[in-house]
Design a protein around this ligand. Structure first.
Ligand SMILES: [Zn+2]
Length: 356
């Protein structure tokens, strides 16, 4: 796993609907591999590696959770609207960046109330909503904030502290969900371009996954692949008590076979194909139940019902300012993707399809 590469990719700001900087990065990387690049009007982007056989789409998503600027108070504090599922109790006291129209960063903090102020007052405990929190960028008035370059609609993302843990195996960063998938898609494209394969591969990334799998709808309808594979991070519960009903999945135990989520029940043929392939090539995997959704759910409902599945990347603490992944799981995810590129021809596709 090229950590320098992933540090660059995860640091980029890309709240849903504001994926420009991530897309520029993806376009640059894709264009090093192929001249054939497709982009739809919402901004999802794919590189193409042509071959004879079925069309396989391999997609991460470029967007991340965060917020956008919705207003500036007279006292210079910034009002925001959360984008994607984020929790105020998690974002309180976090350092953030507003990205201006020129691409500059204005740093600020979702300020917390020091205990000194609350001491002696019964405040009870409350559930914080990001939309009620104010971002303090140090501006003294609304005009001051405007002078600094703040405008309505600009994206707000966390300041990133990317690091490898002391054991050298785990990596902490913002936006693993889902720059990890973007990076895997690029590696998949590189692999496909390096060899003959019995299919045509579209590999790249979608937009606006975190706000309802929107980009996957348009790009999958546009390309109409025979097979859609979402690469996405899923939150494992290995830090919970082992009797906890959501203690599914663990870091370092292989890719996640997402057999069920509320929006996508894994296609029977796909499930059997995944298990057979992983076992045949000794790729570690873990059955995984998720209460979230991925782009696979959107592709599945596109056109005549595109065959779809997710190769899940185990991650702790996603939808926060600091998630954690395991480098060995990255190898398992990538290996599974490569095997799909190697194996899926017309015959395999028909076998999967007929097993519904
Ligand atoms: Zn995701």
């Amino acid at each position: 796993m090229d950590l320098k590469f992933f540090e660059k990719l995860t640091n980029l700001p890309g709240v849903s609907g504001r994926e420009k900087y991530v897309r520029e990065f993806m376009r640059e990387e894709i264009s090093k591999l192929t001249d054939e690049i497709v982009q739809d009007n919402l901004g999802s982007i794919m590189g193409v590696s042509k071959g004879k056989g079925p069309v396989i789409m391999i997609a991460g998503h470029m967007d991340e959770v965060g917020a956008i600027v919705t207003g500036i108070k007279d006292n210079g504090f910034i009002q925001v609207k959360s984008i994607g599922g984020i929790d105020g109790n998690v974002f309180l006291s976090q350092n953030m960046r507003i990205i201006t129209d020129e691409g500059k960063e204005i740093r600020g903090v979702f300020g917390s109330t020091p205990p000194h102020i609350g001491r002696g007052l019964d405040q009870g405990s409350q559930k914080l909503e990001v939309d009620d929190m104010l971002l303090d960028i140090g501006a003294d008035s609304a005009d001051h904030a405007k002078e600094l370059g703040v405008k309505i609609g600009q994206q707000v993302v966390p300041v990133n502290d990317f690091y490898v843990t002391a054991d050298g195996k785990k990596v902490v960063s913002k936006a693993w969900d889902n720059r990890l998938g973007c990076g895997v898609a690029l590696e998949a494209l590189k692999y496909a371009m390096s060899k003959e394969h019995p299919n045509t591969v579209y590999a790249g990334a979608t937009v606006q996954e975190e706000v309802g799998l929107r980009g996957a709808i348009t790009i999958s309808q546009m390309i109409n692949p025979d097979l859609f594979i979402a690469i996405d991070c899923s939150p494992v519960g290995d830090f919970l008590d082992k009797n906890h009903p959501r203690s599914f999945g663990a870091l370092g135990k292989g890719f996640l076979l997402r057999f069920y989520d509320p929006r996508c029940i894994m296609h029977q043929g796909m499930k059997e194909f995944f298990i057979e392939t992983a076992e045949k090539y000794n790729i570690p995997y873990q059955p995984f139940l998720s209460m979230g959704g991925t782009d696979a759910a959107a592709a599945q409902l596109s056109n005549e019902g595109i065959l779809s599945a997710t190769i899940g990347m185990p991650a702790r603490y996603i939808h926060s300012t600091a998630g954690m992944i395991h480098v060995d799981d990255y190898d398992a995810v990538l290996e599974m993707v490569k095997k799909i590129i190697d194996i899926v021809d017309e015959k395999v596709l028909e076998e999967i399809k007929s097993n519904v």
